[in-house]
Design a protein around this ligand. Structure first.
Ligand SMILES: Nc1ncnc2c1ncn2[C@@H]1O[C@H](COP(=O)(O)OP(=O)(O)OP(=O)(O)O)[C@@H](O)[C@H]1O
Ligand SMILES: [Mg+2]
Length: 274
């Protein structure tokens, strides 16, 4: 089973300010959302996972191996990161070349890289855009290109930094399917997000980072029930959770359909009594 153990992880960019102040948790095959206010250290954390930064102290183990003992190119075979901004990732002139770049870099044959890339483009819904210049696509499709580029590498760990940015309803539905597919394939799926509605309806686990530490770490229903703690971390509950709380319901509802189903059960029961 793939796992990433984060042990007493500290990190500072500058001598006086510690960004991560001792993180301890294990990331496993439960799809995990990492949330936290701007500047909480989320992107810093995933850069440490990718070996792009080194911990000030503490360590990260991937399947029992210390990440610091694995070179960045070697680690790329196991851990894929979709950047927050696709423009930081994309540099080739066609969509297919862009998606094939990663697989070729980690040593896949041209033939295999092409098959993996075409499959990945199908998963993100861009199968008919192979020959298009990525910069002729809109931001949402460009983000999908950057996702396909990582999917095509078939890594055991897939990290998304803000995947819902610029995505409309269809894009978010597709992302949810991608995350579920990767989880079903027993990959470690980690995503940084600000969209609490999407988090509540998509992930099995939520880690709240605040002030360089883990404030909450549990399933979405449990995390989103902690209204005051979330407020202290400058985070909102999902919209449906807020609405149902305002209406006086004690339970935590994570989606409109969850609430509607419960409401129908209650009204059906009272209609049966009448
Ligand atoms: N290269 C850098 N040099 C110095 N400080 C940095 C650097 N990169 C980030 N920081 C600081 O580290 C802290 C954490 O930044 P980080 O980008 O990890 O936050 P984040 O949680 O990803 O925020 P956001 O939600 O805005 O993307 C912030 O205070 C930021 O200003
Ligand atoms: Mg960030």
């Amino acid at each position: 089973m793939n796992k990433i153990e984060v042990q007493n992880l500290h990190f500072s960019y500058t001598a006086n300010t510690e960004v991560l102040k001792g993180l301890n948790f294990t990331l496993d095959e439960r799809s995990t959302a990492i949330v936290g206010q701007n500047g909480a250290g989320k992107t810093t954390f995933v850069k440490l996972l990718k070996g792009l930064l080194q911990p000030t102290s503490g360590q990260i183990l991937f399947n029992d191996r210390n990440i610091k003992d694995i070179s960045v190119p070697a680690l790329a075979k196991y851990i894929g990161l979709v950047f927050q901004n696709p423009n930081d990732q994309i540099f080739k002139n066609t969509v297919l070349d862009e998606v094939m770049f990663g697989p070729l870099q980690i040593g896949m044959s041209t033939e295999k890289a092409k098959i993996a890339s075409q499959e990945a483009l199908g998963i993100v819904g861009l199968e008919d855009k192979e020959e298009v210049n990525p910069y002729d696509l809109g931001l949402s499709d460009r983000k999908m290109v950057s996702i396909a580029a990582i999917l095509a590498m078939h890594t055991d760990v897939v990290i998304f930094d803000e995947p819902t940015i610029a995505q409309d309803y269809d894009g978010k539905m597709r992302l949810r399917q991608i995350i579920k597919k990767l989880t079903a394939e027993h990959k470690v799926v980690i995503s940084i997000l600000h969209d609490m509605d999407f988090v509540a309806q998509t992930f099995e686990r939520v880690i709240v980072l605040a002030y360089g530490q883990v404030l909450l770490d549990s399933d979405p229903r449990s995390v989103f029930s902690k209204r005051e703690i979330l407020q202290n971390a400058y985070l909102e509950q999902p919209t449906t959770t807020q609405l149902c709380h305002a209406l006086g319901y004690d339970d935590v509802f994570l989606s409109p359909s969850e609430f509607v189903n419960r409401y129908r059960t209650i009204t059906d029961k009272s209609a049966a009594k009448d």
